[in-house]
Design a protein around this ligand. Structure first.
Ligand SMILES: NC(=O)c1ccc[n+]([C@@H]2O[C@H](COP(=O)([O-])OP(=O)(O)OC[C@H]3O[C@@H](n4cnc5c(N)ncnc54)[C@H](O)[C@@H]3O)[C@@H](O)[C@H]2O)c1
Length: 310
């Protein structure tokens, strides 16, 4: 991939840029932010890590949205993060305005790009970006499930003592309190986690996963998480850039899958150089399905609020 623009040079945006550069995932990384001089400073700072990591892509920062020109991928991290005690939905109104502005800039300067949404509440804003851009769902999708699955994997690794390399997890639904960790599809090298963990311990892990972001926010106090979120975004970029056809939980616009339409939520997807190539439908038992439906209803409530935000 030649050029990627990261919109929002805050914590998640900056860390994502650093990881993309270290992994040499494209030739040009552009950082766009409304804060004067900040994206330029971030770009310069990361450039100066090149000798340590041995990358030679270029990094530039700007306050001018024309920096998007020529980008094949836009990663949108612009907007307000929540503060302790707030839910992701509490920042909806402020962030819809930011996303609308970014989508309009994208349509003007990078009309053929893919758009990867990170800003919260990510499902609702992915849906908004899809609607406002008029782009196909293959090119408008979001990150949440990879992060949630990595959190769950970390907790399983802590509990079992096994290497996190061997742990595979699946988390569906919304990126909030209604998220759906599907422990039945979680394994240690193919062996279901129920072989190693009691139902009570799995319940604790599920709950900690659901509250994984809030746990970090409470500890960090003046910042929400950004190291693992940026790594999760980079995993999606890697799958796209290398056309890996990885099966990863992503925020996708549903077009009949799981019986849902006019909704964006976390489901297993295939990521390739076409973007979000397809949604994979997996069997859910009655409890999992009920949890999935509850999560869909919570996202629908936020999406309904969009109509009131002109
Ligand atoms: N989807 C996920 O898994 C996930 C994980 C972590 C954080 N997030 C979300 O990502 C977003 C960013 O978090 P952060 O910690 O980096 O916040 P941050 O405050 O550090 O950075 C946000 C940046 O966006 C910039 N910005 C605001 N409006 C803009 C606009 N119109 N155009 C360009 N830039 C603009 C701000 O100036 C700021 O630099 C938040 O909404 C947060 O909730 C999502």
């Amino acid at each position: 991939m030649r050029r990627i623009t990261i919109v929002g040079a805050g914590r998640v945006g900056e860390t994502t840029a650093q990881i993309l550069a270290e992994k040499d995932l494209c030739r040009e990384i552009a950082l766009l932010d409304v804060r004067e001089d900040v994206p330029q400073g971030v770009a310069l700072d990361i450039c100066q890590t090149a000798p340590f990591f041995g990358f030679d892509c270029s990094l530039t920062g700007s306050n001018d949205p024309q920096i998007m020109r020529g980008s094949e991928l836009l990663i949108v991290t612009a907007g307000l993060p929540r503060k302790p005690g707030m839910s992701r939905s509490d920042v909806l109104e402020a962030n819809v305005r930011v996303i609308d502005e970014v989508v309009d800039q994208a349509k003007r300067y990078a009309p053929d790009a893919m758009m990867l949404l990170v800003t919260n509440p990510v499902e609702t804003l992915t849906y908004r970006a899809f609607q406002r851009s008029g782009w196909p769902r293959e090119r408008v999708f979001g990150q949440a499930g990879i992060l949630d699955a990595s959190r769950m994997a970390a907790f399983i690794a802590h509990e079992t003592g096994f290497s996190s390399r061997d742990i595979t997890t699946m988390v569906l639904g919304g990126h909030g309190d209604t998220m759906v960790p599907v422990s039945r599809y979680c394994t240690v090298n193919g062996i279901p986690i129920s072989h190693f963990l009691s139902p009570e311990r799995i319940k604790v892990i599920n709950e900690r996963t659901r509250k994984g972001g809030a746990e970090i926010l409470a500890l960090r106090k003046n910042s929400s998480a950004y190291d693992a979120p940026a790594a999760a975004v980079a995993a999606m970029v890697d799958a796209i850039v290398h056309n890996r056809r990885r099966l990863l939980p992503c925020v996708a616009i549903l077009e009949g899958e799981y019986g849902e339409t006019e909704l964006a939520m976390g489901v297993p997807c295939v990521l390739s150089d076409h973007g979000l190539e397809s949604v994979v439908e997996i069997d859910l038992n009655a409890t999992e399905r009920a949890d999935f439906d509850r999560s869909a209803a919570a996202i629908r409530e936020d999406i309904a609020r969009l109509a009131d935000i002109a």
